[in-house]
Structures are given as C-alpha cells and as structure tokens.
Design a protein around this ligand. Sequence first.
Ligand code: NAP
Length: 296
Amino acid sequence: MLCWLRYDASMTARILDGRALARRIEAELAAKVAELPFRPGLAVVMVGENPASRIYVRNKERAALRVGFAAETLVLPASTTEQVLLSHIARLNDHPAIDGILVQLPLPSQIRPQAVVEAIDPAKDVDGFHPLNVGRLDAGAPAFAPCTPLGIMQLLAEADVALRGARAVVLGRSLIVGRPISRLLLAADATVTVVHSRTRDVAAECRRAEVLVAAVGRPEFVRGDWVASQAVVIDVGINRLPDGRLVGDVAFSECVDHAAAITPVPGGVGPMTIAALLQNTLRAAEKRRGVLPTHQ
Ligand code: NAP
C-alpha cells in the first residue's frame, strides 16, 4: 500500500488522502526551488471582499511562500473597473519577476471574467483558463491545465487507478473542473461521459461509472446507491452547510462502504488544487527562464 493512502479497517474504501500527497509534492517542489538560481514568482489578484475567496487566496499565497516562491497578493476594491484590473494584469504580464498570474474568481459583475482571462499572458496563465491553454489541452498539446483537474489526475495516478478503457463519468461541465477533467481523462484513454443539469437520468449515468468525478456544487448530491460497487469516487465539491459543516458533492458516509476508493472533503481534492498551482507556477518559471524548453 502506498504510504499516503489511509486505511481504516471499519471502512472498505481506500481514502485518497490529498492532504498527505500535497504535502509530499510541496516538499519535492521546495527542494527543487532551493536549487534554482532564481525565485519563481506568483501573483494572485483578488477583487472585492468575498470571504471564501479571501481564504483561498491566503492559502495559495502561504503555500507559495512555503515552497520558496516569491508571492504577491493584490487585493483591489470591489468597485474596481475592468479597465483598471486589465492595467494591473498588463503590468504583471510585463513584470520580469512574475512567472504566474492568477485572478481569483468570481469577479464583481462590472468585470467580464472572459476579458480578464484573455488578458493574461498564456505563458503566465498558471490557472489554465486562457483560450490558448484550453485549446491546447483539448488538442492534446502541452498546455497549462487547470489546477483542480491536474490535482485529480495526480490523485488517480498515485492510487494506481487504471484509466485506460475505464468508464469515467464526470458530473458537471464547468470550464474550471468538469470540462478540463473530462479532457484529461480522455487523454488517459478513459471512456468519458459528461453529465450535467440537462442529463435525463443522472443517477443511472453515475451508476455506470468505474471512476466518478463529482463537480456539481450541491451538498451530498451523489447518493450511495448512485455509486457502483468498487468505483473510484473523486469528490470535488466544497459546500458549507448552515450548521457550519463542510461537505462535498458526494454523500461520503453512504458511499464509503462499497466504493473502492474515495476522496474526503476536506482533505481530498482541495489541497491537490493548491499543489497543482505550485507545480504549474514552477513549470511556467522554468519555461520563461530557459530551464525548460518553451514547447514542453
Ligand atoms: P459550476 O460552475 O457551478 O458547475 C456546476 C456543474 O454542475 C454545471 O455543469 C451544472 O450543469 C452541473 N449541475 C448543476 N446541477 C445539476 C444537477 N441537478 N444535475 C446534474 N448536473 C448539475 O461549479 P464548479 O466551479 O465546477 O464547482 C463545482 C464544485 O466544486 C463546487 O462545490 C465548488 O466549490 C467545488 N470546487 C472545488 C475546488 C477544489 O479545489 N476542491 C475547485 C473548484 C471548484 P449545467 O452546465 O447544465 O448548468
């Protein structure tokens, strides 16, 4: 058994411990960064005072500093115009010490997210949302893939989940999670079904999954009887209940008895998203500064 998998005899599913794997990845990154003749630089931009975004941004900045990056967080007032935000992005695009730029979503309604995403230099687009990176990922060409899907693929790889020919069902088709993870699973030769709000029988589609990725944004949406025996379940959801508890998109206690493996919430996909951001930033830095060829 791999050391990052926790096993509890009272449960049948392996718990895919994203926190432990992310910690290991961070240690590897820190060792690499210590050997570099430069400090990779990450800029995180946030507009407004969304409390959840505040926490995400703070966690990203802390992780970047932990591995030895230079990190700059820019918090702009909620009234910021699109033009002002774009001028900050232009400055960061030109800044020689900045290798990765991330604009925390959501943005206030006066700012078009697509205009912002398209303004980021694709070579610094460590979130992988720029159309050039989206298109390259779709074409199977080297690209910055979005961090959550990248983190999920590493969880699956570490758990030795055989993806070739496997029936994978992705619940959700967002640009951030559903679509890109479906592309990465396809690139790994899985047979991929994408399920969304207009799908006729969501439960029936889920039951066919050998690998089920739930990214729907609804607390405990996936019930125990939607999950096939011995399926691998990746729960992307982060939902805060009125009583303060944090739950995923999967009813964990109903699935853990018969799934082969499952990610917990918290401590599954979330930490891996941050680890993947750090990996993307290091890769961007190495490409920009000539350590890696630009086509990789
Ligand atoms: P999103 O943009 O709201 O997309 C949700 C998707 O679920 C949409 O494609 C939607 O279908 C589909 N959907 C909604 N209701 C449905 C239903 N009743 N039946 C079937 N499909 C349904 O959400 P997201 O950004 O992908 O995020 C999903 C969840 O992951 C959220 O809880 C979010 O907080 C979490 N998240 C976690 C991380 C992490 O690091 N762990 C990162 C990103 C997101 P339509 O397209 O038809 O509307």
